[in-house]
Every structure is written in structure tokens, then in C-alpha cells.
Write a protein that binds this ligand. Structure first.
Ligand code: FAD
Length: 542
């Protein structure tokens, strides 16, 4: 497999020279899933992404592989069943980035959950979602709930329900899916922006005019079929295709905040009521707790959504109501992120009531657009989209394609025969110079690929794990700069911001020299990261 930033110029050349069965536009989880599904069925596939892979919503979610409890509340039972099955499949294929996490639902005075309705709700949910026996719901008295979570507000607590959700890392999941597609022969390139469509004489799309955003070169890609998987930008492409009629997107913003774990030392994840009737999560991740999310209409710049002061205060007030002894303060928030939900508009519905269902639109010019959906359901969304392409190619060219096989494809890094903790311990036995915590941290990002990083640290980097990790990302994950590495590949901007100052120069220097960046490109690399570094704490000023 070749997926190296050192070879990017060659990939751009290939994009221009070949004719593809399918061009996927958009390198979030939806596009990545489609590329993998299509290449596994035997199509010749390319994918372009205008910025970094997962730089849109797919690095900005609350990072859960949901069993679909909220859909159950909205009586969307079909989705509960589907996402429950998807969660099981993902856990099997990517056990390093899909981690079971105990989740406590506190039941409170005046809250949205009653004791009996929660018990019944979780019971039905367990059955519909096909939850394993040892992960099924467990209802708790007030005393037992407090034993589990002593920080809860005793004055309003009535009891609790315990169930299991799965925690993930959205951007890593997206990159692992993309790498797997590339291993199977797809050509996936980031920093290539779609500009306009080209058409056959019968006015069907047959290619795209694009720009290489790193070298500012314009070129054309030839493709028989095109899927628009641009998430919040789906309607921009439909507009350029003159097909933005009837249904359209409705964007809502959700923000998350990160605080040190010692400021809210909860024992497990908690999904709790907010006084306005919504619910939010508090989720432990390493030495941090992150909390989210909000759901507000959004009409600003799609490229740079960020958390405003009022968003952060909303989450802090909700947390302080549920965990009053914590007395969380705005100054203690270390980092934030904000994402845009690409939902399908329904007249008269509030943001939280809009369905999370996905939908495919096929235009007169045969542009296939897929909108809505969830990270958790990406594989089924891909299957449905690729089915459309295969059906069309069968009719037009008489070609036969294999059925969808992604259920059985392990994702890159997913070849673990043991739980991540045990695998990390085994690896550390072989590489005793590294701390177990550091090895485990790598395993939870790179899974079975961690051994390449450790071996390379030992052989080429005098045991400098950070540089060995940067080299792995540059060589095997098309990582082009500091932001790609620190934000999407490793999540450090969100979960390690206070520590970043100590290693930034080393990382900047590494990408600049390894990719032979000119002085101007190096300066851009620096400045682009600086903007992101500031944006995650912009709420302190606005
Ligand atoms: P995106 O990830 O946005 O990808 C679209 C890509 O298209 C972008 O990278 C963009 O740069 C690219 N693009 C746009 N225009 C062009 C162009 N002209 N040329 C080339 N490329 C272009 N789902 C869950 O399952 N679990 C959760 O816990 C969860 N939590 C969420 C919390 C929040 C706050 C939000 C906002 C969403 C959450 N979701 C969750 C939903 C999930 O994150 C999204 O459904 C999913 O990430 C959407 O992926 P996508 O690939 O469709 O869009």
C-alpha cells in the first residue's frame, strides 16, 4: 500500500491520467466508507477531500458508536436495530478504536426519565439493538447509584440505570477506513477541492474540475459515476449541479468541552438531563473528561465552526447542576470543538427533533448525493450508495459486481487477537524501554500497527516516540502538516492542549523538512496550526 505524503504529487498525477468507475467527493466517514465498499466490490475508485480527511464533522462528533438510545426515545425502532447491529460489526472489525464504556443514566426529580419507563426503555432497547447479555441494562436504587457515582446531586437523585455505550475516535475511525480502502486499491487524496462538474453530451456528469490546494494546480478527473459525500457541504455541490430542489440540509451545531479529570473525577461515562429537556454526556478519556453536546441552528462559516462563550456556559451550568460539588469554572476548560450535523430539513421541527436518518438523492445529471446519517451507520450508508452505482453500471455496461462485503473486512489496525490492554502489555514486553501507558495510548490509536511505530522509534528515532508516530502518520496516513497530525491523527489539540507548547517546534520542523516545504509553505504550516490552537479557546473572548 502507498499512502505517503511523500508520494502525493504522484497521486495527483494518477488522478488526472486515469478514468475511474467512481469519484467520491468528500473525505469524511461517509466518503471513506463508500470508497472502501466500492473498491471491495471491484470498482475502480478515487476520492478527493478539499482539506484533511475527517476535517469536517467526522472529527467533531461526540465520538460514540451509539446503540441508538435517543432514536428509541424518538420511536425510530428501525434505526435502533440497524445501529445496534452496526456497533457489533464495528467492534469486531476495529476493536482498537471502538471501546465499550459503562454509561450511567441518573434518574432525577422532574427529569425526562422515570424509573419504570427507563427500565422498560432500556429493556426494549437491549433487545432491539441485540445487546450482549453481560452488557444489558441494570437498574439501580438511589443508594447504589450514588455508590457508582458519588458526585451526583443527591438532592434531586431518585435512582439510575446502567448500560453500555461504545466510545470511539471519529477521525481515527475515518482514517482507518480510508487506509483500508487504499490497501484494496482506492486512490484517496486530501487537499484536493472539487470546483465544478463536467458533462457528457446527454448532460450526465462524467468528471470534475479540481484544485490541488497544496500546490495550487488545477486539473480534471474523469469518472463514470460521482457520489457527493460532502456532509454539511452536500447542498453546495447540488447547487452547482442545478439540482438543489425540494429537500435540503438543515445544519445544527454541537459543541464539546474538555476539562482535567481531577476536576470531575467520575467513575464512568454519564448521560444526564439538562433543565431544558435535552440530555448531555460526560465521558472520561485518559486524563480528561469531555462533555457535550449542544444542538443549535447554524448559518455561519461551515469551514470553521467553534464554541462560543454561551455554548460553553450552557454545558458548564448543566454539569454543575448534576455534579454540584465540582463547581466547574470557565477558566478550567482546556479545549473545545464544535461540529455541524448535516441533517435533512423538516418544516416546523426544532434542531433536536430532526431525524438523523440518511437519504440518497439522484439528480437528472446522475449526481448521487448522500446526506444525513451518523458516524455509527456509515457502513450501511456506504452500502446503499454503492448499490446505486453498481445497479447503474450493470445496466449501462453489463458488468457484475460482488455484493457488499464490508461486514467481513477488518479495518487497518484492527488485527488484534487480544483486548487492547493485553496487546499493549505484550508489546511492552518486547519494547521495555517505553512506558506501558505510552504504548497503550498508541494501541488505542493505531491498533495492530503500533508495532511499526515502536520498532521505528527504536531503530530510527533513538526511542523518540513522538517523531516515530509523526513519521508513521506521514508515511502511511497521508499526513501533510502539523494540523493533520496534532488534530485529526492524534486528537492532541483537544485532549492534550496544555502540553502542546513543549513539542510544537519539533513537530513543525519535522513536517517542514521531511516534505521539503519552502519558506512560505513552512510559514503557512505554522500559521494554520496557530489559528486552530487559538480557535479552540476562542470562547474565552467571544
Ligand atoms: P463530513 O465529515 O463533514 O465530511 C464531508 C467532507 O467533505 C468534509 O471533510 C469536507 O471538507 C469535504 N468537502 C466539502 N466540500 C468539498 C469540495 N468542494 N471538494 C472536496 N471535498 C469537500 N454520530 C455518531 O454516530 N455518534 C456520535 O457520537 C455523534 N456525535 C455527533 C456530535 C455532533 C456535535 C455532531 C455535529 C455530529 C455527531 N454525529 C455522531 C454525526 C456524525 O459525526 C456525522 O454524521 C458524520 O461525521 C458525517 O460525516 P460525513 O462524512 O457525511 O461529513
Amino acid at each position: 500500500m502507498s499512502f505517503s505524503a511523500r508520494n502525493r504529487t504522484r497521486y495527483i498525477q494518477q488522478l488526472q491520467e486515469e478514468t475511474f468507475d467512481l469519484l467520491v467527493i468528500g473525505g469524511g466517514i461517509t466518503g471513506a466508507g463508500i470508497a472502501l465498499d466500492a473498491v471491495a466490490r471491484g470498482l475502480k475508485v478515487c476520492l478527493i477531500e478539499k482539506a484533511d480527511f475527517a476535517s469536517g464533522t467526522s472529527s467533531r462528533s461526540i465520538k460514540l458508536i451509539h446503540g441508538g438510545l435517543r432514536y428509541h426515545k424518538q420511536l425510530e425502532f428501525g434505526i435502533v436495530r440497524e445501529v445496534g447491529q452496526e456497533r457489533t460489526i464495528l467492534y469486531k472489525n476495529a476493536p482498537h478504536i471502538v471501546i465499550p464504556e459503562r454509561m450511567l443514566l441518573p434518574i432525577i426529580e422532574g427529569g425526562s426519565l422515570g424509573k419504570y419507563s427507563t427500565s422498560l426503555g432500556l429493556y426494549v432497547y437491549d433487545r432491539l439493538a441485540g445487546v450482549e447479555k453481560d452488557e444489558r441494562r441494570n437498574m439501580l436504587s438511589k443508594e447504589k447509584t450514588l455508590e457508582q457515582e458519588p458526585l451526583l446531586n443527591t438532592s434531586i437523585l431518585k435512582g439510575g440505570g446502567m448500560y453500555v455505550e461504545y466510545r470511539s475516535d471519529d477521525a481515527r475511525l475515518c482514517v482507518e477506513v480510508m487506509k483500508t480502502a487504499v490497501e484494496k486499491g482506492a486512490l484517496c487524496v486530501n487537499y484536493v477541492a472539487f470546483n465544478s462538474f463536467t458533462h457528457t453530451v446527454s448532460n450526465k456528469v462524467n468528471g470534475a474540475n479540481c484544485t490541488d490546494m497544496i500546490n495550487n494546480i488545477h486539473f480534471h478527473i474523469k469518472a463514470k459515476k460521482i457520489i457527493n459525500a460532502c456532509g454539511p457541504w452536500v447542498d453546495e455541490l447540488r447547487k452547482k449541479d442545478n439540482s438543489l430542489h425540494k429537500k435540503r440540509l438543515h445544519l445544527t451545531k454541537g459543541i464539546h468541552i474538555v476539562i482535567p479529570k481531577e476536576r470531575l473525577p467520575i467513575q464512568q461515562a454519564v448521560y444526564f438531563d439538562v433543565e431544558d429537556g435535552r440530555m448531555i454526556f460526560a465521558i472520561p478519556r485518559g486524563k480528561k473528561i469531555y462533555l457535550g453536546t449542544t444542538d443549535t441552528n447554524y448559518n455561519e462559516d461551515k469551514n470553521f465552526p467553534y464554541a462560543h462563550k454561551e455554548d460553553v456556559i450552557y454545558i458548564l451550568n448543566a454539569a454543575n447542576h448534576m455534579f454540584p460539588s465540582a463547581e466547574l469554572k470557565i477558566e478550567e476548560v482546556e479545549s473545545t470543538w464544535a461540529g455541524l450535523r448535516p441533517l435533512i430539513h423538516e418544516d416546523g421541527k426544532s434542531p433536536s427533533d430532526l431525524s438523523r436518518k440518511d437519504e440518497i438523492f439522484i439528480s437528472d445529471s446522475n449526481l448521487i448525493s448522500i446526506a444525513g446519517g451518523k458516524l455509527t451507520g456509515y457502513r450501511k450508508m456506504a452500502e446503499r450508495s454503492v448499490n446505486v452505482v453498481c445497479k447503474q453500471l450493470k445496466i449501462e455496461e453489463g458488468r457484475q459486481f460482488n455484493p457488499c462485503a464490508t461486514e467481513f473486512i477488518k479495518l487497518s489496525g484492527g488485527h488484534l487477537e487480544k483486548y487492547p490492554n493485553e496487546y499493549a502489555r505484550d508489546l511492552q514486553d518486547d519494547f521495555k524501554q517505553f512506558y506501558l501507558d505510552d504504548v497503550l495510548d498508541l494501541v488505542l490509536k493505531y491498533g495492530s500497527n503500533t508495532e511499526y511505530i515502536l520498532a521505528s522509534a527504536q531503530t530510527n528515532f533513538k526511542d523518540n516516540l513522538l517523531l516515530a508516530e509523526a513519521e508513521y502518520c506521514l508515511e502511511y496516513e497521508l499526513t501533510n502538516n502539523t494540523s493533520d497530525f496534532i488534530i485529526r491523527r492524534t486528537g492532541r489539540l483537544y485532549f492534550d492542549r496544555p502540553q502542546l507548547a513543549g513539542c510544537l517546534d519539533e513537530i513543525n520542523q519535522y513536517f517542514n523538512t521531511q516534505l521539503n516545504y519552502s519558506t512560505e509553505q513552512a510559514e503557512n504550516n505554522h500559521q494554520n496550526f496557530d489559528k486552530e490552537y487559538t480557535r479552540v479557546v476562542a470562547f474565552k473572548n467571544v
